[in-house]
Design a protein around this ligand. Structure first.
Ligand code: GDP
Ligand code: IMO
Ligand code: MG
Length: 389
């Protein structure tokens, strides 16, 4: 059973935690898009690990972790991430990089979002993808050309131990194994389907796995969308259920909503079922993992956006308006759910969740028309509920 992990909102949904858990039952873990704009946190055996480009499956010995052709790599960031893992005693012998992945050059970083309009992570992501599609990019394999300039040679040394020159044989050999595709960012940051232009420059949707990994769509059995029980966003762009008040601040503090890559405070708001229904569709999601529901443990009530009201016409809509210029005309329509007012972080069985938590989750399933397979009640590996187990 091969699975894709996809962020179902604007990133930081807890994808890495879910990837790390599911990686225990996978042989090959593949990052297929994005670069070190990602900040993926895994808490394992009491230690916190932060990944940017290295697949979150690296903590298990003996697994192959492949960084696919659809990714972009900032050499200095790759070097320090790998160095950090080695310093912590992590075995990186399973780490492999596609020779077809794109290299972020210093001029890409310099050209990234200079006026801060997008609020990018400033890791050169957009300019690297721009050059790739303009067919003037630099691929990992180019660094190894015999007449490569000095900087290329320096970068080649960094990648040399990890470049997977026989990646075709490697992928063929794993064809009947268990494969986990690890998405970065989220559906609403997708360059084609997200809140354009306030997006990243790659395809975090499930379909991206079939482009950026080297395997085709027939290799995918399940697409697991990871979503928080609320919504966060870093950087600029519309966010209809954003809370600029004490409740938003409460979510930020309790949920520790500060960026893994940039340290920026994340914008917080209520769960938006309109956006999520859209993400289920275009993300190709087949199941959901709902994370951070424990953040609501102390809340008296929890709001859930079920529709938008168009303030110009009074019309109620449940279909996502894709033109972000129109978003200022939409107000969230909320229903209110009673909180459960108890600590649920120790719960391990779905049946043992408080009735009000189960009601909230059941309502999400009803609105989104997709099963919730996993519920996460804390950052640690064991703070996870698998439905039906
Ligand atoms: P990713 O980018 O999707 O992998 O998510 P991040 O790692 O950027 O952010 C998710 C944060 O939430 C991390 O600090 C995780 O350790 C933490 N986290 C994940 N799942 C849960 C959960 O169920 N409850 C709580 N309280 N924290 C969680
Ligand atoms: P993970 O994988 C949250 C956001 C940036 C900015 C926009 C474009 O940890 O979920 P970019 O540097 O990609 O050109 O920035 O996308 N962004 C993320 N937000 N989580 C991420 O990754 C993100 N990667 C990029 O804040 O708004
Ligand atoms: Mg993150």
């Amino acid at each position: 059973m091969n699975k894709v992990i996809v962020g179902a909102q604007w990133g930081d949904e807890g994808k890495a935690k879910i990837t790390d858990i599911l990686a225990a039952d996978a042989d090959l873990i593949i990052r297929y898009q994005g670069g070190c704009n990602a900040g993926h946190t895994v808490v394992a055996d009491g230690k916190t690990f932060k990944f940017h480009l290295i697949p979150s499956g690296i903590l298990y010995k003996g697994k192959t972790c492949f960084i696919g052709a659809g990714t972009v790599i900032l050499p200095e960031s790759f070097e320090s991430e790998v160095g950090g893992l080695i310093a912590q005693g992590i075995d990186v012998s399973g780490l492999k990089v596609s020779p077809l992945a794109s290299v972020t050059m210093p001029y890409h970083v310099a050209a990234d979002d200079p006026d801060g309009k997008i609020g990018s992570t400033r890791k050169g992501i957009g300019p690297t993808y721009t050059d790739k599609y303009a067919r003037k990019g630099v691929k990992i394999q180019d660094l190894f050309e015999p007449d490569a300039p000095e900087l290329y040679q320096k970068y080649a040394k960094i990648f040399e131990p990890y470049v997977c020159w026989d990646w075709q044989d490697m992928l063929r050999a794993h064809k009947n194994d268990r494969i986990l595709f690890e998405g970065a960012q989220g559906v609403m940051l997708d360059v084609d389907y997200g809140t354009y232009p306030f997006v990243t420059s790659s395809n975090p949707i499930g379909g991206g796995a079939a482009v950026g990994s080297g395997y085709g769509p027939a290799m995918i059995d399940e697409v697991i969308g990871v979503a928080k029980a609320y919504v966060t966003r870093v950087g600029e762009g519309p966010f209809i259920t954003e809370l600029d008040d004490e409740t938003g601040e409460n979510i930020r503090q309790i949920g520790a909503e500060f960026g893994t890559t940039t340290g920026r405070p994340r914008r917080c708001g209520w769960f938006d079922a309109v956006t999520m229904r859209y993400a289920v569709l275009v993300g190709g999601l087949t199941q959901l993992a709902i994370t951070k529901i424990d953040v609501f443990d102390s809340f008296d009530e929890i709001k859930l956006c079920t529709a938008y009201k168009d303030v110009r016409t009074g019309e109620i809509c449940t279909s996502y308006p894709t033109n972000v210029n129109s978003h200022k005309y939409y107000e969230p329509v909320y229903e209110t759910h009673a909180g459960w007012k108890r600590n649920i972080m120790g719960i391990r069985k779905y049946e043992d969740l408080p009735p009000n938590a189960k009601k909230y989750l059941a309502r999400l399933e009803e609105l989104l028309e997709i099963p919730i397979a996993i519920v996460s009640v804390g950052p640690q590996r064991d703070q996870t509920i698998f439905r039906g187990k």
